[in-house]
Design a protein around this ligand. Structure first.
Ligand code: AMP
Length: 183
């Protein structure tokens, strides 16, 4: 069973790579951003709460996110999961450690995708999602460095740094080799 977290700044390609990996290995792709965007589209209570926060590029409260992820992990594929966009704070990382131990997941690995700010800003500007305006992008990068980057320390023993810049399929091939312990 694969127990994976894909980590890195906004725009580094986490979603694209997590999607490809989940298709190839039959994993549950748990993207908290996608879950929230779906809730916004469907106009649920969660969606109403999340919309304004997401439009500004801020973070949805930890306890809400922890609940969402616990539920998703409880019913994940027997082949495993790849978490994408979570944890985004040290508080979430601590909660996740508790969820993992409750659910018996003890072989978790972190894929840490790396790209510089110039590259990811360009990519985000090209993507054109509703939270991809220049102002929101700058705030998302700030939030990343203030709140999310410290999570790296939390995972220093189980994380592997990987280059996120280049051809999508080539990067994917490297990630799959790492996941399958061939690299
Ligand atoms: P993403 O698709 O991962 O870039 O997420 C889009 C937006 O959803 C973020 O900018 C946050 O507002 C919100 N979001 C997604 N995941 C989380 C999380 N783990 N904690 C807090 N907010 C989140």
């Amino acid at each position: 069973m694969y127990q994976l977290i894909i980590f890195g700044p906004p725009g580094v390609g986490k979603g694209t790579q997590a999607q490809l990996i989940s298709e190839k290995l039959g994993l549950s792709h748990i993207s908290t951003g996608e879950i929230l965007r779906k809730a916004v589209t469907e106009g649920t209570e969660l969606g109403k709460k999340a919309k304004e926060i997401m439009d500004k590029g801020n973070l949805v409260p930890d306890d809400i996110m922890n609940g969402i992820v616990k539920e998703a992990l409880s019913s994940c594929s027997e082949n495993g999961f790849i978490l994408d966009g979570y944890p985004r704070t040290v508080v979430q990382a601590r909660a996740l450690a508790g969820i993992f131990s409750e659910l018996g997941f003890s072989e978790v690995r972190v894929l840490n995708l790396i790209a510089d700010d110039g590259e990811i800003t360009q990519r985000l500007l090209k993507r054109g999602r509703s939270d991809d305006t220049k102002e929101t992008i700058l705030n998302r990068l700030k939030v990343y460095y203030d709140s999310t980057a410290p999570v790296k320390e939390f995972y220093s023993e189980i994380a592997k740094d990987l280059n996120g810049v280049g051809d999508v399929e080539e990067i994917n091939a490297i990630l799959l080799r790492v996941i399958r312990n061939e690299a």
